[in-house]
Design a binder for this molecule. Structure first.
Ligand code: HEM
Length: 134
C-alpha cells in the first residue's frame, strides 16, 4: 500500500480541495438516494449546503491539506460535535456505506479507496462510542 498517510499524500490522492468537494457532494447524493440512509439524512438540518462545506473543509485538513475548517468555522472536536446525536452501529455503518458508494464514483486508485474507508471507520467508531446510543 502506498504511503497515503504521510504528509499531504492523502490530500493529493483525493484530488485536493476540488476532489474532496466532489467526493462530499457524491456522499450526500448517496445519502439522499439510498433507502437505508433515509434515517441519517433525516438527522441533518433541511439544507445540506452548510454541512457539505463543513465536511469538505474538515476532510481537507484531516487528509493532510490546509486547515480550512478551522480558518472558517473555528476549532472542532469531531466526537463532541456529534454528541447530541443518537448514533449506534447502524447509523455508523450507513454513514460509511454512503462514503463507500461515493468512493466508487471517484477517479481514485482501489488502494486509496480502501485506505480511505478504513481510515474513516476510525472516527466513525469514535463518534458512535461518544454519541448517544438510545
Ligand atoms: C458515524 C456516523 C456519522 C453520522 C450519523 C453523522 C451525522 C452528522 C450529522 C447529523 C451532522 C449535523 C449536520 C447538520 O447540522 O445538518 C454532522 C455534522 C458533521 N459531521 Fe458527521 N456524522 C457521522 C460521521 C462523521 C465522520 C466520520 C466525520 C469526519 C471524518 C464527520 C464530520 C462531520 C462534520 C465536520 C460535521 C459538522 C460539525 C459542525 O461544524 O458543527 N461525521 N454529522
Amino acid at each position: 500500500m502506498a504511503d497515503f498517510g504521510k504528509f499531504d499524500g492523502s490530500y493529493i490522492a483525493a484530488g485536493e480541495e476540488v476532489g474532496v468537494r466532489k467526493l462530499v457532494d457524491e456522499f450526500y447524493t448517496q445519502m439522499e438516494t439510498l433507502t437505508e440512509a433515509e434515517h441519517i439524512r433525516a438527522m441533518h438540518k433541511g439544507d445540506l449546503a452548510t454541512i457539505k462545506d463543513k465536511l469538505s473543509l474538515f476532510l481537507v485538513g484531516w487528509l493532510g491539506g490546509p486547515r480550512l475548517y478551522a480558518d472558517k468555522y473555528g476549532s472542532i472536536s469531531i466526537p463532541q460535535a456529534h454528541q447530541y446525536l443518537v448514533i449506534n452501529e447502524v447509523e455508523r455503518d450507513t454513514w460509511l456505506l454512503c462514503m463507500t458508494e461515493a468512493l466508487k464514483d471517484q477517479n481514485y486508485s482501489d488502494d486509496f479507496k480502501e485506505y480511505l474507508i478504513q481510515q474513516l471507520a476510525i472516527p466513525a467508531e469514535r463518534i458512535r462510542h461518544v454519541a448517544k446510543s438510545f
